[in-house]
Design a binder for this molecule. Structure first.
Ligand code: PRP
Length: 203
């Protein structure tokens, strides 16, 4: 097993670059990303950087493999994990919305999503009875093809919705990138993490 001063979990894709820069500006000496294909960056003994699928960031932080991570609130709302989330970093803004075909007003019997826990909670809160179908991507297609009569999905610019001819019926939650911290690490690596959190709160 590798030993590192600190291990940081970041999601590949949209928010990786902004998260990397924000942590650097806050004084964290992150390793350079030299090899685009590498999944783990940094030398043993220093700061390690893990590039993960966004859903896996809360898992690595909760289980203590990474002490800190950056991930969207949308992912946290579906993670089922109670993580310490001390800073809203502001970037990566998007929303989780209920989406249907225009004019579709009938009852929702089947709802497709890649956010099954969030969606199940929503159904329970509203007393709606519907099956939740978990899909992995291109969720809009479920509404377009009739696989489901509604979908819960992330909307950023709305371009995907418009091109699929779908309607955003309701914004269910607002999301942006959050710093998450393993609770035990917060105590054990307090000297390193406290100033980092303070810098990120007041950049
Ligand atoms: C998300 C989402 C929409 C799109 C919304 O997909 O599922 O398809 O982004 O963004 P927009 O409002 O700016 O068009 P993502 O790119 O994360 O890929 P996935 O659906 O394959 O998970």
């Amino acid at each position: 097993m590798r030993r590192n001063l600190l291990t940081v979990a970041l999601p590949k894709g949209r928010i990786f670059g902004e998260a990397y820069q924000a942590l650097k500006r806050a004084g964290l000496d992150l390793p350079p990303v030299l090899d685009e294909r590498a999944l783990l960056h940094g030398k043993e003994g220093g700061i390690a950087l893990l590039e993960l699928r966004n859903k896996d960031v809360p898992v690595y932080v909760d289980l203590g493999i990474a002490e800190i991570g950056v991930v969207g609130k949308d992912i946290l709302l579906d993670s089922g994990r109670d993580l310490f989330e001390p800073v809203d970093l502001g970037f990566g803004a998007c929303r989780l919305s209920l989406i249907r075909r225009p004019g579709d007003k009938g009852p929702i019997r089947r709802i497709a999503t890649k956010y099954p826990l969030f969606t199940a909670r929503l159904l329970k809160e509203r007393g709606w009875v519907a099956d939740v179908v978990e899909l992995s991507g291109n969720i809009e297609l479920a509404a377009v093809t009739g696989l489901a009569d509604a979908v819960v999905d992330v909307v950023e610019t709305g371009a995907t919705l418009r091109s699929a001819g779908l309607e955003e019926v309701e914004v269910l939650a607002r999301s942006s990138a959050r710093l998450i911290v393993n609770r035990q690490a917060l105590k054990l690596k307090r000297d390193l993490l406290k100033p980092l959190i303070a810098h990120l709160r007041n950049p």
